[in-house]
Design a protein around this ligand. Structure first.
Ligand code: BES
Ligand code: MN
Ligand code: ZN
Length: 511
């Protein structure tokens, strides 16, 4: 649903558009191009900065209208803070901020001089991340607004409806363009995930979700959809037990990306919880806020977005993304508390609360992916528990892992992308709480440590010696805090993190 945004790269000495934004460091260090503007305007730029007491703190700005001697309408100075103290994600964030400043002024043709003296990243990295931040900031979900006059409640996005032409001026536009191609693929994956999460459940049922995944064959993914009949034959009974109360049948979607030199190299596996709507089932949820449960497929959306990113940037890696897609409804055919079901793994599961459904979906899909693909590692993403929000709030996802190296790699990727994770315990004490009186395992562990007992449940479906990590993204996938690059209800959380995790650890060796 991203509105038209045309991004090009130009040399620093190319003539700027009518609206020109330029980076400034906190000691008012300017790029040579901005210094040239200052000189041409007979010192006006720095004089104005001084008059406004502009300290160029990160994400602050001043606007100079009709600057003398410059052939432009307005110059925005965009503060970037101390030029030498940035992560890559900070440049994306500054890009998002800059784009917000541009759209707030309804400017249509804009130049950004995306350089500052003393920056700690190569100019093309700064420029590419600026463009990436702008793309993500530009995202909005407006397909159900019938008035297109550009004056929606967010106002700021109005100009974007008519399209913006953004030219990024930098030292080496060719290098910047190349660096941006990778980033564009990731942004495309994130926006794909956001669209899926924002979509209401009446439009996006399990079948429709699977259809959207199937369409990804057009970008080079190999896609297989398992229908409810096939799932029954396979024995995915815990997954089906969640779906049985809904009139809309379950699906499992499998996406494969073969980018490694050896097509037979073991893949990395990513598993997503795709509950298109979670009413809680017979253990029904309270009415207030239940509409948010259209986002209970945020894990599946993130895995899909990741596969989009890998395919679009032609990542040299083999990966499989697999989604369990169901709707959790109460009805005459719904599963009851107390029911016992035989999972694909053969373990019997007693259902003590039909609202603890995500783990039942994941149990069968996790087992299936390990059996069929013998993956090098498995990472699952799921909006699994309210308890993770009680523990960590809405800025951090919970990370559970049976392997320290895998956990550390995810934590490192988290630091570079700014998608925060916090490691939580996998421990025998939680596992014990999942023993059932009447079956091998129950789906609820009691009042305390809900995110940890949920992870302990999943762990029962992980084979020995398979490195596995579980990300509980209930707090971060939807209704997450807004920031410079994410202003939508659906964040697309996890796409960047996993893309980076793969790029930094599993690509070089496989080329
Ligand atoms: N989908 C919910 C978790 C959730 C809650 C995600 C709020 C996003 C926002 C999950 O299926 C659920 O209902 N979990 C229960 C488990 C409990 C019944 C053991 C929970 O966390 O309360
Ligand atoms: Mn639930
Ligand atoms: Zn759920």
């Amino acid at each position: 649903m991203t509105t038209p945004l045309d991004i090009t790269f130009a040399r620093l000495d190319a003539a700027p558009a009518a609206t020109c934004a330029a980076f400034a460091g906190s000691d008012l260090s300017l790029s040579p191009a901005v210094q040239a503007l200052n000189t041409k305007s007979q010192g006006l730029v720095l004089k104005a900065a001084e008059a406004a007491e502009f300290k160029a703190k990160a994400k602050s700005s001043i606007e100079i209208l009709a600057p003398q001697k410059l052939d432009i309408q307005r110059l925005l100075l965009i503060g970037v803070g101390k030029a030498g103290e940035h992560d890559e994600s900070d440049w994306a964030s500054i890009g998002g901020y800059t784009f917000g400043q541009i759209t707030a002024r309804k400017a249509r043709e804009v130049s950004v001089i995306a350089e500052v003296s003393g920056a700690d990243h190569k100019p093309e990295i700064v420029a590419a991340n600026l463009a990436y931040g702008a793309l993500l900031r530009n995202y909005s979900f407006k397909k159900y607004h019938t008035k297109k006059n550009g004056d929606d409640a967010n106002g700021a996005d109005g100009a974007a409806d008519r399209g913006i032409k953004l030219t990024i001026h930098c030292t080496d536009p060719d290098k910047a363009r190349a660096a941006f191609e990778t980033k564009r693929a990731v942004a495309s994956g994130i926006c794909f995930a956001r669209d899926l999460v924002n979509e209401p459940a009446n439009v996006l049922g399990p079948v429709e979700f699977a259809d959207r995944v199937k369409e990804l064959e057009s970008i080079g993914l190999e896609v297989e959809i398992l229908d409810d009949v096939t799932l029954k034959e396979l024995g995915m009974n815990t997954l089906l037990s969640v779906a049985q109360g809904s009139v809309r049948p379950a699906r499992v979607a499998i996406m494969q990306w073969h980018g490694a030199k050896s097509k037979r190299a073991k893949p990395l596996a990513f598993v997503g919880k795709g509950v298109v709507f979670d009413t809680g089932g017979i253990s029904i949820k309270p009415a207030a806020g239940m509409e948010d449960m259209k986002g209970d497929m945020g894990g599946a959306a993130a895995v899909t977005g990741l596969m989009v990113a890998l395919a679009e940037r032609k990542a040299p890696v083999n990966a499989v993304g697999i989604l369990g897609i169901v709707e959790n409804m109460p009805s005459g055919s719904a599963i009851r508390p107390g029911d016992i079901v035989v999972s694909l793994s053969g373990q019997t599961v007693e259902n003590l609360n039909t609202d603890a459904e995500g783990r039942l979906v994941l149990a069968d899909v996790l087992w299936y992916v390990q059996e069929r693909f013998k993956p090098r590692l498995v990472v699952d993403l799921a909006t699994l528990t309210g308890a993770i929000m009680i523990a960590l709030g809405k800025d951090f996802a919970g990370l559970f892992a049976n392997d320290d190296k895998l956990a550390d790699q995810l934590i490192a990727a988290s630091k570079t992308t700014g998608e925060k994770v916090w490691r939580m315990p996998l421990d025998k004490s939680y596992d014990k709480l999942m023993d059932s009186k009447n079956a091998d395992v129950k789906n609820m562990g009691g009042r305390w440590g809900g995110a940890c007992t949920a992870a302990a449940f999943l762990n029962r479906f992980i084979k020995k010696d398979v490195p596995w990590a579980h990300l509980d993204i209930a707090g971060t996938a939807m209704d997450a805090p807004k920031n410079e690059i994410s202003t939508s209800w659906a964040s697309g959380w996890g796409v960047q993190l996993l893309d980076r995790f793969i790029a930094d650890n599993y690509e070089k060796a496989e080329k």
